[in-house]
Structure formats: C-alpha cells, structure tokens
Design a protein around this ligand. Sequence first.
Ligand SMILES: Nc1nc2c(ncn2[C@@H]2O[C@H](COP(=O)(O)OP(=O)(O)O)[C@@H](O)[C@H]2O)c(=O)[nH]1
Ligand SMILES: [Mg+2]
Length: 271
Amino acid sequence: MEADAGSNVEERTDAGISLDPFIESVRQQVENQDPLFLIGVLVALAVVIITCVFLKYFLTSKTVRSAVLLVGLCDAGKTLIFSRLLSGKFKRTQTSITDSSGPYKAKNDRNTTWTLIDLPGHDSLRSQYLEKFKTAARAIVFVVDSAIFQKEVRDVAEFLYVLLTDAVLCSNAPTVLVVCNKQDITMAKSAKLIQLQLEKELNTLRVTRSAALSSQDGSAGGSVYLGRKGKNFEFSQLPMKVEFLECSARGVKGEEDDADIHSLENSLAKL
Ligand SMILES: Nc1nc2c(ncn2[C@@H]2O[C@H](COP(=O)(O)OP(=O)(O)O)[C@@H](O)[C@H]2O)c(=O)[nH]1
Ligand SMILES: [Mg+2]
C-alpha cells in the first residue's frame, strides 16, 4: 500500500516536469539573460496591450447611445408626451402595442438629435421592448401619472426596480428622468413627494427581492443590488443620475393649450 502511494507521487512529479518544457526553457533563457529573447517578450507584451486598448476604443466608440426611451405604466401619458415632443400637437392616443420612434432635436446650441422611442407600457410587452432598446439608451424618461400615483405606487416602484437593477443599464448609466405627469389635475402629487415615496417603496422592495433571489440558488440573473448595502435607499446612491420633473402633457387649459413640458425639454437639452 505504502509503496504504491510512493510511486504515485513520483509519477506525478515526473509528469509535472515533463509537461512544462516550455516554461523550463523560458526559465533557462531568462537566467542566461539572452537580450534578444527579453526584447522579444517585451515587444510581444506591448503588441498585446496596444491591441487591447485599440479594441476597447473601437468597440465603445461604435456604440454611440442616442436613444431616449419613454417608459412607464399604461396611461401615464407616454404617447402624448412623445407626440408633444415631436410635433407640439395634442393627439388623442390609443394604447400602444408596438414601439414607435422619431428624431427629436434637443433645444440646445449643439443641435443634438436623439431618437425618441415610445415603448408600450403593457406588462406583457414591456420587458421584451426594454431588452431590445436598453443598450442604445442615452436617457430613460420614466413617466408617472401623478394624479393616481397613490394607487399605483407599488407597480411604479416594481417597474422602476427592474430598470434600476438591470446590469446593462447600471453599467451604461443613462440619465433617468422621472416625469411626474398630469400636474394640471388638482389631485396630482408633487415631484418631491413622489420621489420620497418611491424611495421608501424601493427600500422595502429591495429587501423582499434580495431575499427571494438568495433563496433561488444564487442565480441573480445579472441584476445588480439596488443602492448601498446597509443604508436606507436614496436615488443619489445609484450609478445613474436620476432627476424628478413636473410636467403636464395636456396643458393647463385643456387639449388646445400648449403642453407644460419645458422642464423635460430642458433636461433633454442637457444630455
Ligand atoms: N389631464 C391630463 N391628462 C393627460 C396628460 N397626459 C396624458 N393624459 C391623458 O392620459 C391618457 C393616456 O395617455 P397616453 O399618452 O395614451 O398614455 P400611455 O399609455 O402612457 O401612452 C390620455 O387620455 C391622455 O390624453 C396630462 O398631462 N394631463
Ligand atoms: Mg401609449
């Protein structure tokens, strides 16, 4: 028994040496300090590093993110904001089942043009469209119906949670503009109040979600922890900039009136 074990060890060390003739020759050459060989190694290293830098540069510069996504629950006012931004007109909208897009000229000196994309808000279609456009997102306009926010706060927070913990969105960090729409309605909640309530709701959601995740054999599905561990959640802890704005896509005096979406236009001009 003991003899067997001994011969096993010998075989292993034998194999170890005979498997590494290359490493052995490298070691010998380094010891002999063959200058040509050292120069060769340095040149090879330099080539590899330069190639990596170039590859990274080309890959990132190719994907110029120029899409502005309009997302939010059904009836928040996405489609109306979409047509207001593009044409300034009021349009009677229908529930959108597919995405529509158009070029939007930002109101700044740089004459930047973003591709505005109106995503359908329906539950079943949401994730599918999000997957399609998230890599191109320069900014995300998250539209909230401020008039019935109290009733929808849970759903709004759940949708926002999906966006804010998405691995791709966290690494690209597009600006998130939370538009508190329908401010023309008297019952509408202010942007400040909506922000505070969402922070509270996301704080609880984060606890239940991460508990659910850890019970699923650790397969987190590429999603990122929301905010800082061990601290109450605040939007300022996120990798992306989150801004809260008040808007009324309808306009104070009804359908014929100009919309009050200046705060949104200003933020889009600064992207
Ligand atoms: N009072 C008021 N109604 C709005 C406002 N924005 C949108 N709406 C109305 O809300 C409804 C849903 O709007 P829509 O753009 O279709 O929402 P979407 O489902 O998010 O695309 C429509 O009847 C709009 O006229 C707003 O700022 N104020
Ligand atoms: Mg719509």
